[in-house]
Design a protein around this ligand. Structure first.
Ligand SMILES: Nc1ncnc2c1ncn2[C@@H]1O[C@H](COP(=O)(O)OP(=O)(O)O)[C@@H](O)[C@H]1O
Ligand SMILES: [Mg+2]
Length: 198
């Protein structure tokens, strides 16, 4: 995910800070500018949390299901997109590397489904399959050609919070899981990942 909105808010903040200094003669205007700065700072914090620049606190303590629910709620709050969550009550917990991987992957998949699909909703299914956990994120949006995207040289790496499809694939392979994207123009997208639970 490129950091477009974060950079825009940053730019708006520095403009406002300059403005704030030049408004010293007008206390009311200066107060308003100060309020705008605080609002933007809060938004920036929330977006950063959302895109995972910072790991949410209590990651080790919180159960997998709770973390997934938290992300789904955050997504619905910060976007106009609904999340249909399909989580078994007895999902249980998993090893920390898998938990972090599922968190990052879900975050990126949801961001993609929001930025690229045009769909009004996304579906998230998590299930235990023997000693593995399966995660499916799907939408009925405009779809794309995964072959082309995954073969291209651009869009690699995790620097600056950027973590695209290739990053998901690498992360899954590192943990010995499986990765598949089922998508075609006009047909929607389903990203399926399995990871060892322990
Ligand atoms: N859910 C989706 N619906 C439609 N297109 C998608 C979806 N997910 C990914 N894509 C396509 O795959 C491309 C690569 O995605 P990604 O690797 O995450 O990079 P980025 O999101 O930074 O563009 C996107 O630019 C988009 O064209
Ligand atoms: Mg992306």
């Amino acid at each position: 995910m490129h950091d477009g909105p974060v950079q825009d808010i940053f730019a708006a903040l520095s403009q406002l800070q300059v403005l704030d200094r030049s408004l010293a003669a007008d206390p009311t205007a200066q107060q308003r500018a100060g309020q705008a700065v605080r609002l933007l700072e809060r938004a920036l914090g929330e977006i950063r949390n959302f895109i995972g620049v910072f790991r949410p606190p209590g990651f080790e303590r919180r159960a997998l299901g709770e973390i997934i629910e938290g992300l789904a709620v955050q997504h619905e709050t910060l976007t106009d997109q609904a999340i249909e969550l399909d989580l078994p009550a007895d999902l249980g917990d998993c090893a920390l590397p898998t938990k972090i991987a599922i968190y990052r992957i879900l975050q990126e998949a949801l961001a993609n489904g929001h930025r690229h699909s045009g769909a009004a909703r996304q579906r998230v299914t998590v299930d235990r399959r023997g000693s593995s956990l399966a995660l499916i994120v799907s939408d009925d949006g405009k779809g794309f050609d995964p072959q082309r995207v995954l073969a291209s040289e651009v869009d690699v790496g995790v620097e600056g919070g950027h973590f695209g499809l290739r990053g998901i694939q690498d992360r899954v392979e590192m943990l010995g899981g499986t990765f598949a994207v089922d998508s075609a123009p006009g047909r929607g997208t389903a990203l399926s990942v399995t990871l060892p639970a322990e």
